[in-house]
Design a binder for this molecule. Structure first.
Ligand code: NAD
Length: 350
């Protein structure tokens, strides 16, 4: 039978992106719902054919242990709640898919990794871009050496936060979000710089803009960072909650330059390389084939990894590394000094 997920948290991303994506999955199915709002849960359950007995609240969530139809839980809650729900799910003997950012502290990330190990269950982070066909094609092109050695990567991730929306409100409360635009949007650049360069930075510098807007009293609006690498490359990132939506990665390499724009969109990402007069564009019509959308591919990846023993593309260790780098960015911005991140270069393969 297909692998059964219970979705924890029925907010915007769960309702609009993840639930519909089950329709195109090959190995995964929606088996349960966990919500604080029983009425909403019943409505969603009837729309997706989830039996009433597979609806849980945050309080009776641990009873999920007794439900063999649920193989994994997918946590789509405000960031600070990820760790506790992941640990509870592992205790209940389930695998865990957890949204980005993995957690709001390195300690919580470690707690999640330890709980997975104790339970002998998989922990996967919802890094959907790793399953985006354009990103995958761009990475193949880069790894094949077609651009030459990468020298500079720039990442820009901005969007105007809607504070009237409940999903905007927890994002500016430090206790729930763990940080501002960097935790929510800039993390795509942090993770993106790492997969584009296939290397971890050894030093981080960052600067945070002042904001007089009371909305950004607890968390940052604009923040900008630079990663320095042992290979001699640099990566930059900007994120903001008050600039119009941008998701753009620039790649300057020895032979060719490239742009992913949009780089981290839900659909219609685009990769362009320029060499002199020649422009090569990858904007794949595959996006029109829903079976290949990144959300369904991400949901299918966990059962695929479990069944085949292939390495996971989005482990808890990957998620924790991003949180460690994000904490280094915050530390550098606060102290106005570079922060060493020379922790052993674990990701670089060559
Ligand atoms: P949202 O506010 O729309 O949904 C959050 C859900 O959690 C709501 O149903 C809310 O009722 C519930 N909740 C439970 N306890 C809560 C509490 N104490 N305070 C506030 N809400 C509580 O948010 P969202 O945009 O769906 O984001 C949820 C998670 O998904 C976040 O971690 C976010 O970073 C992630 N996300 C990922 C992507 C992606 O592309 N991978 C996109 C959007 C959001």
């Amino acid at each position: 039978r297909p692998f059964g997920y219970a979705i924890v948290g029925l907010g915007k991303y769960a309702i609009n992106q993840i639930l519909p994506a089950f329709g195109e999955c090959q190995h995964a199915r929606l088996a349960g719902l966990v919500s604080g709002d029983p009425q909403k849960a019943r409505k969603v359950a009837s729309a997706y054919g989830v039996p009433e007995k597979n609806i849980y609240s945050y309080d009776n969530f641990d009873d999920i242990r007794n439900n063999p139809e649920i193989d994994a839980v997918y946590i789509i809650l405000p960031n600070a709640l990820h760790a506790d729900f992941a640990v509870r799910a592992f205790r209940a003997g389930k695998h865990v898919m957890c949204e980005k950012p993995m957690a709001t502290s390195v300690e919580d990330c470690q707690r999640m990794i330890d709980a997975a190990r104790r339970a002998s269950k998989q922990l996967m982070i919802g890094y959907r871009c790793h399953f985006d066909p354009i990103t995958q094609s761009a990475l193949q092109t880069i790894r094949a050496g077609k651009l030459g050695k990468l020298r500079v990567v720039t990442t820009e991730n901005t969007d105007v936060l809607s504070i009237d929306d409940p999903s905007g409100q927890w994002r500016v409360k430090r206790s729930l979000s763990g940080g501002g635009s960097l935790m929510d949007l800039g993390i795509y650049g942090v993770n993106g710089a790492r997969y584009l360069l296939n290397e971890d930075p050894i030093e981080v510098s960052a600067i945070r803009a002042e904001s007089s807007n009371p909305v950004f009293h607890e968390v940052e609006d604009i923040i900008s960072w630079t990663f320095r690498y042992r290979s001699g490359a640099l990566a930059h990132g900007n994120s903001s909650f008050t600039a119009a939506a941008t998701s753009r990665f620039g790649i300057q390499a020895e032979k060719l330059s490239g742009t992913l724009n949009p780089a981290t969109g839900y659909y219609n990402n685009r990769f362009e390389t320029v060499a002199g007069e020649e422009t090569h564009v990858l904007s794949d019509p595959m996006f029109q084939i829903p079976a290949l959308n990144q959300f369904s591919a991400q949901l299918d990846h966990l059962p695929d990894v479990l069944g085949s023993g292939k390495p996971s593309l989005a482990t808890g260790e990957e998620g924790m590394q991003d949180i460690r780098l994000i904490q280094a960015i915050y530390q550098s911005a606060a102290t106005r000094r570079p922060v060493s991140t020379d922790w052993g270069d674990w990701r670089r393969k060559a």
